[in-house]
Write a protein that binds this ligand. Structure first.
Ligand code: ZN
Length: 357
């Protein structure tokens, strides 16, 4: 083959590549009729919110990518929301909230300057919307909370309000990510994040080392640690288990109970170093002006104060400087052992109970 022919083939190849990448850049999805309804719904809500695309005051939350529109998955809505509102993941203004595949698609648009919030959700035939006054002085009162919760937003009120109001306080990205995975902001997520920061400071990983976390009782900090360090149950690095309050109290020191065990494990060197962490909630209550009995009010989750106190405290914790937060961490115990110790700490035979019944 002559040199010119090679050149011609080469040129064609480069042109074809160029056309392909141009097509890729312009790739347009074909939306189902339901997804077009979702686009109309978010356009309508956005026009009512009264801000320009991409305004700094905007936050869009959605369960798109997790929830569905009937049998359809909802990931196209992430693009629709971005195009309609100008909000994006990279500017922390479009956040996907982890929810079940069984949940209908929803979206909220919040503007932090006026605290106006518009929530829309798939109802089975179409999209309905609710306007919520999410100003702290209104929504963080039993009356305001009950009124909002009686509407379309219903069970999603805690997710949407806790994330929107805490987002407005400017939390660091890993904490925001933990909250979206956990599906809400609550003080336990903040505590998990702070424990993670403490580990990075005081028990940083070297080559060949990994973290293993065992959280007991199995509550909120477990989710934060899992997301921040990718320490998942499926990779034998994140465990959470139930522990009766009576048992937990046995390990209490100066009114601080254990929250989680963090271990730095080097399988090759056969080493495990760990810390049993407690979190000084009393200090955190004092700094955030939230009282312990507001967190556990009479009536439990049936009492709006249960949710309101969590939002208030999470938001206040997100505002505090890192050094202050690290001051809540209590090392209840330090230990070392073989790498196998991490597996032993995380083990127990859950089947034994059932087989020996
Ligand atoms: Zn929680």
């Amino acid at each position: 083959m002559k040199k010119q022919t090679y050149f011609a083939y080469g040129l064609c190849f480069i042109l074809a590549l160029g056309v392909c990448s141009a097509l890729a850049a312009d790739r347009r999805p074909t939306y189902s009729s339901e997804m077009k309804m979702a686009r109309e719904a978010v356009r309508k809500a956005f026009s009512e919110i009264g801000l320009q695309k991409g305004d700094d005051n905007l936050l869009v939350l959605t369960n798109a990518g997790y929830g569905q529109i009937g049998p359809q998955t909802s990931e196209p809505f992430l693009d629709i929301a971005r195009e309609t509102t100008g909000c994006s993941i990279g500017t922390r203004s479009l956040l996907a909230v982890h929810k079940s595949i069984n949940d209908p698609l929803w979206c909220s648009i919040f503007r932090k300057d006026t605290s106006k919030l518009i929530f829309l959700r798939w109802t089975g035939q179409g999209f309905a919307q609710q306007v919520v006054d999410a100003s702290p002085e209104r929504i963080l009162t039993p009356e305001g909370w009950k009124t909002a919760a009686a509407g379309l937003i219903s069970q999603n009120l805690f997710s949407v309000v806790s994330i929107s109001l805490t987002w407005a306080a400017g939390p660091p990205w890993p904490l925001l990510q933990a909250a979206t995975f956990h599906d809400h902001f609550c003080p336990g997520v903040n505590a998990g994040y702070v424990i993670g920061e403490y580990c990075r400071d005081k028990m940083a990983l070297g080559p060949g080392e990994q973290y293993v976390f065992v959280t007991a009782p199995a509550i909120c900090p477990a989710d934060a640690l899992q997301v921040i360090f990718n320490t998942t149950a499926g990779k034998s690095s994140g465990y959470a288990m139930y522990l009766a309050p009576k048992l937990l109290a046995k390990y209490e020191k100066d009114k601080v109970q254990p929250v989680t065990i963090a271990m730095r494990v080097n399988r090759k060197a056969d080493l495990c170093e760990g810390i049993v962490f407690g979190f000084d909630w009393n200090k955190a209550y004092a700094d955030t002006h939230v009282k312990a009995d507001e967190i556990t009010p009479q009536g439990g989750p049936g009492n709006p104060m249960f949710w309101i106190a969590r939002v208030k405290m999470s938001r206040e914790l997100a505002r505090l400087p890192r050094e202050r937060l690290l001051g809540y961490i209590v090392e209840l115990k330090r230990f070392t052992g073989n790498a196998r110790l991490a597996d032993e700490i995380a083990s127990g035979d859950p089947y034994a109970l059932l087989w020996n019944r």
